[in-house]
Design a protein around this ligand. Sequence first.
Ligand code: ATP
Ligand code: MG
Length: 383
Amino acid sequence: MGGDSSNTREGSVATGRGGARVLSVVNQKGGCGKTTTTVNLAGALSVEGARVLVIDIDPQAHATLALGIDPDELSESLLELLSDPHGPKDLQQILIQASSGIDLAPASLALSALEHGVSFKQTTARTGRLKSLIDSLPHLYDFVLVDCPPALNLLTLNALRASTDVIVPLEASFFAVDGVQKLLEAIGHLEERIGRSLNARVLPTLFDARTRYARETLRDIRALFNEQCFETVIRQNVKLQEAARHGLPIHYYAPSTPGAEDYASAALEVATGRPPDLSNRNPLMQNGEIKAVPEREVLIQFQDERAGDVRVAGDFNGWVPDKNVASHVEVKGPSRILTKILRLAPGTYQYRCVIDGEWCIDPGNPDSVAGPMGHPNSVLHVR
Ligand SMILES: Nc1ncnc2c1ncn2[C@@H]1O[C@H](COP(=O)(O)OP(=O)(O)OP(=O)(O)O)[C@@H](O)[C@H]1O
Ligand SMILES: [Mg+2]
């Protein structure tokens, strides 16, 4: 993590003059739920009566959009504040109130010009600019949440330097863990340089409660990060996507949904510093353990003339061929019937087959959809 030319130590607390907690939502991996977490944590804190400011420092401007503001219609954004010597001088000049009542320092797509610090205002150390802007805010906010881009660049460093706390959303799939360990190391180096803790904690997101694979992964994440991991787990919930499309945090769009429940729990954890009693609040948990969802045995059969190798991979096993899948072969004359046995909770799943090393849809299943990677996936409905 380079680019910070300043070595100034900043004392033990980084609150602005008003004493706001400043939480940056950071992970260099794209699509792990940073913006969703920023916006919905802001919503959950604000419905509880907290005064909340969201700062969108990501040139994609997704948090700006998810709070119902069109970045193309703005005359001023963080860009002018961070780079234009003749532009606005303080954060308050660019704030807009979103319809949910949350204040927003919006991003514009042109913020990307600042990613490498080309035209940062030279008035403060390049990574200390956002901190000095937040520090000079009057006492208006209890929480400031900063949505970061999927990179450890100068914009993210500005957010980290301004933070009292860091939230690292981690998609509950083990492939994503490596990058988070590196990020936590980088944050550790920054903490040494600035002489205070940034209280970085991992928030498991996009958890698919139906699959044993996801439950195992979550257990591994907890074992690895220990008390650096939130007790709260954010489940997959399509209402979170819908809410973003409507420009509202989930608490203002669909308050009685798992998404609202999970972000309320995360907000409580953030606000009190203590894990909420999830055994009562969260239907996923039972006596501090993740509750198993009732599963059914599901059979996928292949009839094959040849002795080919067939494996299955899907969202139920983290797309790892044959993980958590049992196989049974029956020979009937020249033909061979291969049965794949899975245990799955009710729901709809996507999967592909790996036949002699080649990935393809299930030749015996006519039901398929375009998957997130662009190619078709077979669909499995478990009732
Ligand atoms: N818990 C969830 N349930 C369902 N969908 C979710 C959930 N969390 C995030 N998503 C969806 O996943 C996608 C990526 O989420 P989001 O934009 O929050 O990630 P991000 O880390 O901010 O991405 P980027 O790195 O591009 O900024 C979005 O379409 C979002 O609506
Ligand atoms: Mg984002």
